[in-house]
Design a protein around this ligand. Structure first.
Ligand SMILES: [Cu+2]
Length: 261
């Protein structure tokens, strides 16, 4: 008898699931019927003529002194560091470039639509710090948010055009699969437990973006030839734009320079 009850419950749950999915789809198509243009066909970029944007983000002026993060109020976090952790708000590389700059194609792809991302992105909390500090994802792409720490965090993205949420994540908990359906530059993420924890997520409706690392460089591959506006975003120094024209199969160089105080 028990088994039978289980089957009935399972079937009911499955039906509920199917109807919930159907409901969601209906809502989506109703929204589309409200005057929105139909989704554009996926743009195929010919690999024979695909072009690349390369470049670097320079930092002009003297690098600001690294800011130490005071974790003394949270021994569980402090104990995870042998030396004081440093803020990643401004990271000037040894070669005079700037790290954690989000670079993306802001203009030139209007009306085009691209294959969705094939995998998920990742954001970790390690040593009571978000790693990486800046990430880029596709609209709707899953971000697996994990907690590698032996302490509880509370992940709290603060978007303006996507939906805001916050969620506690226990020590070494299962990753939270999250996604932001709408493009948004940038979504700040904080932790409601640890005030110094901050990261930024760039959500883009195409695959042409990059984040600068310890060499301050970026490379955005696979673009159709054309004229583009490239934007570089930094959390403290703001945004800059550059124009670039990409000939078929060519590589166009773009250089940004942010000034310190
Ligand atoms: Cu935290």
């Amino acid at each position: 008898m028990k088994l039978r009850t289980f089957y009935i419950a399972a079937t009911a749950a499955a039906l509920l699931f199917v109807s919930a999915c159907g409901g969601a789809k209906d809502t989506a198509s109703t929204e589309k019927g409200g005057g929105e243009a139909p989704a554009a066909a996926v743009t195929k970029v010919d690999p024979a003529t695909a072009a690349t944007i390369t470049g670097k983000v320079a930092f002009a002026g003297s690098a600001p002194k690294a800011i130490r993060i005071d974790m003394s109020a949270e021994p569980d976090c402090k104990g995870l560091h042998s030396a004081p952790a440093q803020s990643e708000e401004v990271v000037v590389n040894a070669n005079g470039t700037l790290a954690n700059v989000f670079v993306w194609v802001k203009g030139g792809l209007e009306g085009k639509s691209f294959e969705p991302a094939s995998g998920s992105a990742a954001l970790d909390q390690k040593g009571c710090i978000y790693k990486p500090h800046v990430i880029g994802v596709r609209a709707g792409q899953t971000i697996d948010i994990s907690n590698s720490d032996p302490t509880t965090h509370n992940v709290h993205p603060m978007p303006k055009v996507n939906r805001e949420w916050n969620q506690s994540q226990p020590p070494k908990g299962v990753p939270l699969p999250k996604a932001f359906p709408r493009p948004e530059i940038m979504i700040p993420v904080k932790c409601n437990v640890h005030p110094w924890m901050k990261s930024y997520i760039g959500v883009v409706d195409h695959p042409f973006f990059a984040v600068t690392g310890d060499q301050g460089t970026f490379e955005i591959k696979g673009l159709p030839p054309g004229d583009y506006v490239v934007e570089a975003w930094h959390e403290k120094f703001g945004v800059q734009e550059q124009k670039v024209t990409l000939a078929p199969s060519a590589s166009g160089a773009v250089e940004f320079s942010f000034k310190g105080e």
